[in-house]
Ligand binder design. Sequence first.
Ligand SMILES: [Cu+2]
Length: 323
Amino acid sequence: MAIIITVVVLLVVVTGVQILKIAELRAISQGEKIYEVTEKESKSQAYLLLMFLVYYFGFFAWQVYQWGDKMLPVSASEHGVGIDSLMTVTMSFIIPVFIITHILLFWFAFKYSYSSKRKATFFSHSNKLEMIWTIIPSLALTVLILYGLSNWNKIMTPVAENEEHVLIELVGQQFSWGARYAGEDGKLGRANVNYIEGTNFIGIDASDANSNDDVVVKGEFHLPVNVPVQFVMRSNDVMHSAFMPHFRAQMNCVPGLKTQFNFVPTITTKEMKEITGNEDFEYILLCNKICGAAHYNMQMNIVVESKEDYEKWIASQKTFAAK
Ligand SMILES: [Cu+2]
C-alpha cells in the first residue's frame, strides 16, 4: 500500500512538472516574456512575506502559551539560582533582538519589493556600518560570556576536603544508575570494571579497605538538604550523562575516566511538592546522552530530606562488606 501511494504521488508530481513545461513552451512560442517578474507579482509575494511574519510571531506566542508551564520549577540548588539568572539575562537580550530583527527582515522585504520607478542605491563599502555590526554584537557577547565565566568558576570548584560534605559516586551503565556513598571514612574504595560480578555491579575492589563501609544503592538515592554534595561520575560501558535538571546539574560519565560535579541542595522533596502543587513530584537523575535502546528509561529518583532523616536512611543501608 505504501509503495502504491508513493508511486501515485510521484506520478502526480511528474505530471504537474510536464504540464508546467508545456505551458512555458506555449508562452515562449507566442512571444511572451515568461521570466520577467511584474510589479503585481512582486507585490503579492511581498504581502505573503508580511503574512508569514504575522504567522511566525503568532506561532511563537502560541508555543510560549502552550508549553510555558513545562519550564522547570525554581532551582533546588544553591548554584542553580546563578544559572537561572544567567538564562534570564541571556533571554532578555535574545528575545528583543529576535523580534526586532525579524520585523525588520520581513518589513524591508515588503517595503522594497520590486518597483519600476525605483533604483537601488549602490555602495561597495561602509566603514560606519561595519563598525556598528561588529562592535555592538561583540560588546553584548563579551558581557554575556564574562557573566557566564564568573558563574562557571563558582560552580566548578570542588568541595574542600575539610569542609563538611557527602561524597557520592554515580555510575552509569546500559540502562541504569548506581549510587555509591563513601561511608564513614569519607573515602570511596577503588573500583574497576574487571570486578563487576553479581550484586557488585559497579565493580568495587573488595581488597581495598576503603571499600568496606561504602554503600551502594539502586533505584533511589538520598541527599541531606543544605549540605554540599560532591559527585564523582563513572561509566561501566559507553558515554552517559548524569543530568539532574531540578538542581541545574549535568556531567558526562565517560568510560575509563572520573568526572565530578558538586552542588548544595536547598529544597527538600517535601517542600518541592508544595511549591509545584504536585503531590507526585520527585527529583530525578536522568541520562542525557543517547546511549542505546532503553536510554529514555535510564533514571533514578533523588530524595532530598532533612539531615536527621538522611542520617537515619543511610544508617539503614547495608555496607559493601555487610552485603
Ligand atoms: Cu545512558
